[in-house]
Design a protein around this ligand. Structure first.
Ligand code: DSN
Length: 415
């Protein structure tokens, strides 16, 4: 029996979400549209299997097929990113990151990551996260005035703290980090270098962003952001850390891997190795650049003055509004993004001073520079007059027309 018969309530809600995703301009920098092939693998009978362990060394029998699937996923990731060792089992980004701590640190050990309000991730040592509670977390910030990383300052902190690990990587930094510099600093401080490339993994795969893999001891990534796979994660590392990482993921932190997700990761990695994906990566960056420039022209203040990757952070102080009010007004007008803290923000986390925008999802729909100009104008109109119904309705009509012209992958029939 299909879901419409078994549970019409959930079926209807899933359909509502399909319509929402098909009919909105989605600018949340960490979201995307996976292909139908990735959806099919995710929703397959592989969800019925348990397979604790690794290919060839499992605790339960019946792994004839699963071993082949996981081996394909691992080999594809190794080839795509040039990694010596890959673990594809972490359930998502936070567990992948926790596994790295578990592999190399004891409670109370110190590490150095990017401050959350300056673009780092919760799991890079935020006080509210287990990573900030169980370890001695130190943070580096952006430089006041430029909002850019200052590597001399990071080096100074690293030499003072002598952390076990230095984390490079972010959730909201619109610039390319200098991985060679981080490597130098880590070597001088006697630390391991870990890069969390969750946000820009798709750009690395497409060859439009420097790869951290040659520089880092360990690289973590989610698989569902710019990489355009299912909700999941991977850990890439040097061969000498393979055992420590594998043991930390299982049995250290997790039970059986989600084999349906592993298969979907393998599909996404195959897609990401294609020429089409290289063009996709180039277009994500080109779209972000134009969207940023067009917003700048309209008086929006881009943190760091621009973008080199897929995302922009906008300080709304010059527009006399907070991030939450702006994000809510835009959502009502068909444009979905998130409120975000900006560096040196004095507002509260639930209503920070800025918004974050990214282009991976709209680029998956085939939108290009011309459409970014239209979107910038819509954003400006809505944020300038958030209560104006005529402006909201005009935005909704334009969003609807754009979404019909550029059907969402996997949801084409709803266009
Ligand atoms: N929640 C993700 C993001 O939006 O960047 C990070 O895990």
């Amino acid at each position: 029996m299909d879901i419409n018969t078994v549970d019409p309530e959930i079926a209807a809600l899933i359909h509502d979400e399909e319509k929402r995703q098909a009919g909105k301009i989605r600018l949340i920098a960490s979201e995307n549209y996976v292909s139908r092939a990735v959806l099919q693998a995710t929703g397959s009978v592989l969800t019925n299997k348990y397979s604790e362990g690794y290919a060839g060394h499992r605790y339960y029998e019946g792994q004839q097929v699963i071993d082949q699937i996981e081996t394909l996923a691992v080999n594809r990731a190794k080839t795509l990113f040039g990694a010596e060792h890959v673990n594809v089992q972490p359930y998502s980004g936070s567990p992948a990151n926790l596994a790295v701590y578990l592999a190399f640190m004891k409670p109370g050990d110190s590490f150095l990551g990017m401050a959350l309000p300056h673009g780092g991730h919760l799991t890079h040592g935020a006080k509210v996260s287990i990573t900030g509670k169980f370890f001695d977390a130190h943070a580096y910030s952006l430089e006041e005035g430029t909002d850019i990383l200052n590597y001399d300052t990071i080096r100074k902190i690293a030499l003072e703290v002598k952390p076990k690990i230095i984390i490079a990587g972010h959730s909201a930094y619109p610039r390319i980090m200098d991985f060679a510099k981080f490597r130098e600093i880590a070597d001088e401080a006697g630390a391991l270098l870990w890069v969390d490339m969750a946000h820009f993994a798709g750009l690395v795969a497409a060859g439009v962003h420097p790869s951290p893999v040659p520089y880092a001891d360990v690289v973590t990534t989610t698989t569902h952001k710019s990489l355009r796979g299912p909700r999941g994660a991977m850990i890439l590392c040097k061969e000498k850390y393979a055992k420590a990482i594998d043991k930390a993921v299982f049995p250290g932190l997790q039970g059986g891997p989600h084999d349906n997700t592993t298969a979907a990761i393998a599909v996404a990695l195959k897609e990401a190795a294609s020429d089409e994906f290289k063009a996709y990566g180039r277009q994500i960056v080109a779209n972000a650049k134009v969207l940023g420039e067009e917003l700048s022209k309209r008086g929006f203040q881009l943190v760091t003055g621009g973008t080199e990757n897929h995302l922009m952070l906008i300080d709304l102080a010059s527009k006399n509004t907070g991030g939450k009010a702006a994000a809510k007004a835009l959502d009502a007008a068909g444009i979905v993004l998130n409120a975000n803290a900006v560096p040196f923000d004095t507002r509260k986390p639930m209503d920070p001073g800025g918004i974050r925008l990214g282009t991976p999802a709209v680029t998956s729909r085939g939108m290009k520079e011309q459409e970014m100009k239209v979107i910038a104008e819509l954003i400006n109109a809505v944020i300038t007059a958030p209560e104006d119904e005529a402006v909201r309705n005009a935005s909704l009509a334009t969003v609807d027309a754009l979404c019909k012209r550029f059907p969402a992958p996997g949801l084409e029939e709803l266009a």
